[in-house]
Design a protein around this ligand. Structure first.
Ligand SMILES: [Zn+2]
Length: 306
């Protein structure tokens, strides 16, 4: 019997839903904007509405493995409580208990970047590797370390917060309160900030990259500098953990063909005597990674792989 699964990814501004088959191929998609007030009850309602919309698309007579939910913030996966979400400004929200009353299928929660890493490890660029560093580069930058194909969460659930490694003393301010974090130097929002600073008008991160690709200054310089910080950041982390592969995912990597060589050149030049640098590759799922990983959770949990 054909088996399907649902993934829903709650972001800071949008909620994406996906129905996939057992090879993680999308069969249906849905996207809604997060209610601007971001009140907990309303947003959880929206998440469940998207899940229900996907549930209605399941072909009759087929099996539904369950629902995976990815959330942007620190989750306590024992109690299914969202401890903290900067994007949503939520604290100690019992998201699991709230979803339970509204959903009649098995469901599983995961942090959004970890969810993206799971998609890559089991269905994407990480399938052939055991020890993996995954970096998501989008509006922000975050990471996940997978060792022996297990997610390393750390003692406090915050391991591989690579976006907040300080890479430039007295650098640009970061949303975390520090200055010169990798996220403040190399994320989509860093591209936007630099472009605004130089051309005095709002330019989206995507447009900055498109213009850079066409050779337009100052966009070209902005992107090259961000890519250099990304290369150095990856090389720094590699020197601590020595993974087999570094996977770059997230929305910014939609421009893989242009960006990856820029990052890779600086990454390789930053080896400082390390005899072998792990290969640096782009992820398969890019901006879809979190929702794809969410949809993978029911399958992987069912097979005892997570
Ligand atoms: Zn920071």
């Amino acid at each position: 019997m054909a088996s399907f699964s649902i993934g829903v990814d709650l972001g800071g501004t949008k909620i994406a839903g996906i129905l996939v088959d057992d090879t993680l191929q999308p069969v249906a998609k849905e996207q809604v904007k997060v209610d601007p007030e971001r009140k907990v009850e309303r947003v959880i309602d929206q998440v469940c509405e998207v899940a229900h919309a996907m549930q209605r698309k399941v072909p009759s007579g087929s099996k539904l493995a369950g629902l995976g939910l990815s959330f942007p913030g620190l989750l306590d996966l024992e109690s299914n409580v969202m401890v903290y979400s900067e994007n949503l400004d939520w604290r100690d929200v019992p998201v699991g208990a709230m979803v339970k009353g509204r959903i009649d299928i098995p469901f599983y929660l995961e942090h959004d970047v970890r969810s993206g890493a799971i998609a890559e490890v089991f269905y994407g660029a990480g399938r052939e590797y055991r020890d993996i560093l995954y970096l998501s580069v989008g509006t922000g930058i975050s990471g996940t370390l997978i060792w022996n194909r297990n997610i390393i969460r750390g003692a406090h659930g915050i391991s591989a917060e690579i976006g907040h490694m300080v890479c430039q003393v007295e650098g640009p301010p970061c949303r975390c309160g520090l200055e010169g974090c990798l996220e403040a130097l190399a994320s989509g929002s860093a591209l936007e900030r630099e472009a605004y600073h130089l051309v005095r008008k709002p330019v989206s991160g995507r447009e900055v990259i498109e213009r850079a690709q066409r050779g337009e200054e100052p966009y070209r310089m902005i992107v090259r500098r961000a890519a250099a910080y990304l290369g150095v950041g990856c090389a720094n982390v590699v020197k601590i953990f020595d993974p087999e592969v570094v996977i770059l995912g997230g929305g910014v990597m939609e421009a893989e063909k242009y960006l990856l060589p820029l990052v890779d050149t600086v990454y390789k030049a930053s080896h400082s005597g390390v005899p072998v640098m792990p290969v640096l590759v782009a992820g398969k799922f890019k901006s879809m990674a979190s929702v794809a990983g969410a949809a993978a959770l029911p399958f992987l949990k069912g097979e005892g792989l997570l």
